[in-house]
Design a binder for this molecule. Structure first.
Ligand SMILES: [Mg+2]
Length: 356
């Protein structure tokens, strides 16, 4: 039998800030960009009590939680903590599939564990992560990736949930359909309109109806409603970034002239993401001046995307906000890229409805 553990750190960026700044512990902390179109990238559980969520515009979050502390993201620090977390994972699992800085699937099938052994292993990993980093994680254990992820999400923060084979049906059936992977806001609405609210109702829906609603995706939905997910844990490191850059035929002086190129590059990057079944969380803009100095600017989104529109808009925003731009400056290379890649981000963290 397969055994998969999904580990997801709790409010990761915000928790790292509370760890590093003891005076912030127990207080509402938000991490993200505060300027203009800035959004919340992570909110501590204290901030969530005020209704603050990831992806929320910063202005709205500050209104909901005026006494909260709003901090800029420190990705170098988060990456360092992430390294410590992942080295714990690699000590216990042969195959580790990282989904983001703070989240991974661990395949521990080789250990031949019974449910009790699997639960003990999950608890041990959780404890060791806490010892190594001072941070809490939520841990889910099951026979496949989908169930393990649903389990880790079920009792956040600081959760530890095992869905053993004999509990799959009783666990899944009462959950809202939105908890299943691949069902976004629009898909859930379509199911709800057909009177299908829970996974149990989905499981017992006539296949014909699901085909009519979802086409060939119906097969996957029916499998998921039964707790079936054959995807292997993909060993190794996540591809770190995808980008597209072009050297310009002649130097460009006016910002607006770059817009069509940025749009085209964003479309190429979005197509590569789609091809590789990936989503991205960070958009990167790279510029090289005619004097050959290179700058990169990046913006972390509050969730995942592979929308060409959103990537282009974000890259364009980075260019517009680039404070060093001055007339007379000339650009000879432009690049648009993405990083923070994930194969299977939580559906609730998708910023854009998937276009088929
Ligand atoms: Mg997390």
């Amino acid at each position: 039998m397969r055994a998969v553990i999904h580990v997801d750190m709790d409010a990761f960026y915000a928790s790292v800030e509370q760890l590093d700044h003891p005076d912030l512990r127990g207080r509402p902390v938000m991490v993200g960009g505060r300027s203009g179109r800035g959004v919340v990238a992570a909110a501590s559980y204290e901030a969530r009590q005020y209704g603050v969520r990831s992806a929320m515009p910063a202005a709205r979050a500050c209104k909901l939680c005026p006494h909260g502390v709003f901090l800029p993201a420190r990705f170098d620090r988060y990456r360092a903590v992430s390294g410590a977390v992942f080295s714990v994972f690699h000590r216990y699992a042969e195959a580790v599939e990282g989904l983001s800085l703070d989240e991974a699937y661990l395949d521990v099938s080789a250990d031949g564990l019974d449910p009790r052994g699997l639960l003990a292993l999950g608890r041990r990993i959780k404890l060791e992560v806490a010892e190594q980093t001072g941070l809490t994680a939520s841990v889910g254990m099951a026979e496949n990736k989908m169930l393990a992820k649903i389990a880790s999400d079920y009792d956040k923060p600081d959760g530890l949930i095992l869905i053993s084979r004999d509990r799959v049906r009783s666990f899944l059936d009462p959950l809202p359909v939105r908890r299943l992977p691949g069902i976004g806001q629009r898909g859930a609405q379509r199911l709800n309109d057909a009177g299908i609210l829970t996974v149990g109702q989905l499981r017992t829906t006539a296949p014909d109806l699901l085909y009519a609603l979802f086409g060939t995706q119906a097969i996957e939905l029916m499998d998921h409603a039964r707790g079936i997910d054959e995807r292997p844990v993909r060993r190794g490191r996540l591809r770190r970034s995808i980008s597209q850059e072009n050297t310009l035929a002649s130097d460009v002086h006016a910002l607006d002239e770059l817009k069509p190129l940025i749009e085209r590059q964003a479309a190429d990057v979005a197509a590569s993401l789609r091809q590789r079944a990936l989503f991205a969380r960070t958009v990167i803009l790279k510029l090289r001046s005619s004097g050959f100095s290179t700058i990169t600017r990046s913006e972390s989104l509050p969730g995942y995307t592979r929308s060409a529109r959103r990537i282009a808009d974000t890259a364009w925003g980075l260019l517009r906000n680039w404070s060093d731009w001055r007339s007379g400056f000339s650009i000879r290379l432009v690049g648009v890229g993405v990083s923070g890649l994930s194969h299977s981000p939580d559906p609730t963290s998708l910023l854009d409805e998937e276009q088929v």
